[in-house]
Design a protein around this ligand. Structure first.
Ligand code: SF4
Length: 220
């Protein structure tokens, strides 16, 4: 199975080009601090990722098997049942900016790290498109929906193997360290799918509206 380590991932680290800051209020002290940090930390940030290309080995109603590991999930079945290959991935913004906490508010450092993570996720999708011909890549993240809980990170980490290589640790509660790290299955041909569309949580990071019809189609 092909395993790819990208360390660092080269991203666009410019506030004018970063997705999270589009539409951000520019006449604020917060914005000025974000600009100041971004302008002075291009040399120290180190976003990184591991990818593993693997076969969809078996498809049964409500269950998908990848690399010998069966995942019971209506969501995975719905999204992956017609595919032959997917990518497992771990992507992190890294923790290099944490040295700034104290000099700058932690909340501002965190939003920049979140923005780095979003850029890195986009860059990884572009890398897969350029090198493997995938289009319209979507991602399925353990823990984003009750149907595929965060405990599945245990299996993803076993399958990806040695996430320490990019400085990521899986904690006892199956969440990852550092913060602003995401694990997922990346797959082809579902550009419009976003986990938030099937998630009922109230959440400030929501990226799209809850889609009741789609939720009923997949889970009822
Ligand atoms: S709404 Fe929030 S918790 Fe739910 S999938 Fe989206 S980002 Fe995650």
């Amino acid at each position: 199975m092909e395993r790819i380590v990208l360390n660092p991932v080269k991203i666009s680290y410019n506030i004018d080009k970063m997705e999270v800051f589009k539409g951000f209020k520019t006449d604020s002290k917060t914005f000025d601090l974000i600009v100041e940090i971004i302008e002075n930390t291009g040399e120290i940030i180190r976003p990184r990722a591991i990818l593993k290309w693997c076969n969809v080995e078996k498809v049964e109603q409500g269950c998908i098997t990848l690399m010998g590991q069966a995942f019971t999930s209506k969501l995975l079945f719905d999204k992956l049942c017609h595919l032959e290959k997917v990518f497992l991935s771990i992507v992190t913004a890294g923790d290099e900016l944490d040295v700034l906490i104290g000099k700058y508010p932690a909340s501002i450092v965190d939003i920049i790290k979140y923005a780095i993570l979003i850029e890195t996720r986009n860059e990884i999708k572009k890398y897969i498109s350029d090198n493997f011909g995938y289009n319209d890549i979507a991602e399925l993240c353990p823990g984003s929906l009750p149907d595929w809980p965060v405990e599945n990170n245990y299996f993803l980490f076993e399958m990806i193997n040695n996430a320490c290589e990019i400085g990521v640790i899986l904690k006892n509660d199956y969440f990852m360290k550092p913060l602003n790290t995401v694990s997922s299955i990346l797959y082809n041909g579902d550009k419009d799918y976003v986990n938030c569309s099937l998630c009922k949580k109230k959440c400030i990071k929501r990226r799209c509206k809850f889609n009741k019809n789609e939720y009923k189609r997949i889970f009822d």
